[in-house]
Design a protein around this ligand. Structure first.
Ligand SMILES: C[S@@+](CC[C@H](N)C(=O)[O-])C[C@H]1O[C@@H](n2cnc3c(N)ncnc32)[C@H](O)[C@@H]1O
Length: 337
């Protein structure tokens, strides 16, 4: 497999010459736009300054989250590898970077409304050392508002939209999900791991199910989400190492961060049925003396804590190695203490 080099190095290479000095102001502007929680009236990454800030501040985390979600999607579709990928709202290429990182070769088409994000994304991908990424096709593309369904921009084996739905009105979100499910037999949507991000994922999940798609991940079932209750929401965490530049723009010392994300992956009937696990670990497991507590979403649509005691031998050892977001196969409904 031809793995891309380090994303941090490629981001720095892409930013060279664009004026690192403007990063703090760009980051400030980005944070204001994202923290407001409002659908932006104008593209957030419209200027070179904001596109640069996005690449330095957010792209490593969105790439890490998409990579984790894509890995779970592939576990649900053994033997499947997309040859063509369509990346809606590609920004500076974070989701495409994540997907290319685990595939031998893939044709990538990145659709993005901001010319500045496209320009910087091209420079970042050019420094990747991966043929799939350097050969990616970029297209300036904007999902319009309004009621008319948007025309299909292209077809692919996989359609992704990572961290895009939150920048769209409810009507646009529906249009984008509709486009994605018409464009490809496999759809992966990733959002921030917040209650609002999860609500958008749930709306997309309903739409995908209504279109006949089957849920591949993270849900081990197609019933109502047991985590859609006040005070709870389904989300996961992807750990990423922070580069010096990443630490600098964030003004932090810690060498890593955990990006929280929510996601949904679904497949059309033509893509075959997904292999869903008996359970999914939906919180960070708690390790106690001789005991692991796994919070599971289960195939029967319920969610509860599963204690796994040391006396269970191999199952206990497996539970100790299981992480938040992992599948829990085979033994989700038996008592293990
Ligand atoms: C938060 S960024 C995510 C970028 C990338 N997918 C990632 O994961 O890093 C959201 C992207 O969606 C794009 N976007 C937002 N609204 C859009 C629209 N109506 N049409 C096309 N792209 C849009 C923005 O320009 C921005 O690049």
């Amino acid at each position: 497999m031809e793995e891309p080099g380090s994303l941090a190095a490629a981001v720095e290479a892409g930013l060279r010459g664009t004026g690192m000095a403007s990063l703090p102001a760009g980051v400030q502007r980005l944070m204001e736009a994202y923290r407001s929680g409002e659908v932006p009236a104008a593209p957030v990454l419209a200027s070179a300054r904001e596109a640069a800030a996005y690449a330095a501040y957010r792209m490593p985390a969105t790439a890490a989250a998409t990579s984790a979600a894509f890995a779970q999607l592939r576990l649900a579709l053994p033997g499947w590898a997309p040859a063509d990928v369509l990346d809606f709202g590609a920004g500076t290429g974070g989701a495409s970077w994540a997907v290319a990182g685990s595939l031998d070769a893939v044709r990538l088409t990145l659709l993005e409304q901001s010319a500045e994000a496209v320009r910087l994304g091209q420079a970042i991908l050019a420094a990747s050392g991966s043929r799939s990424l350097t050969g990616a096709q970029w297209r300036l593309w904007r999902l319009a508002g309004g009621d008319a369904p948007a025309p299909l921009p292209a077809r692919a084996d996989l359609a992704i939209a990572a961290y895009v739905l939150g920048e769209l009105t409810a009507g646009q979100q529906e249009h984008l999900v509709g486009l994605a499910l018409r464009a490809a037999p496999v759809v992966l949507l990733v959002e921030p791991g917040t209650p609002a991000g999860h609500r958008r994922i749930l709306a997309a999940r309903t739409q995908l199910l209504a279109a006949g798609f089957a849920i591949a991940a993270p849900c081990p079932h197609q019933l109502e989400c047991p985590l859609a209750v006040p005070g709870d929401w389904c989300h996961f965490a992807a750990r990423l190492q922070r580069s010096a530049l990443h630490r600098q723009v964030k003004g932090v010392e810690l060498s890593y961060e955990d990006e929280k994300f929510s996601y949904i992956a679904a497949v059309s009937p033509s893509a075959g049925g997904p292999d869903r696990p008996a359970g999914r670990v939906v919180r960070r497991p708690m390790q106690r003396k001789n005991l692991v507590l796994l919070d599971l979403c289960r195939a029967d649509g319920s969610s509860s804590s599963q204690p796994v005691g040391k006396s269970k031998g191999e199952i206990y050892r497996r539970a100790r190695k299981t992480s938040w977001g992992d599948r829990w196969d085979g033994h989700a409904s038996t008592e293990f203490t």
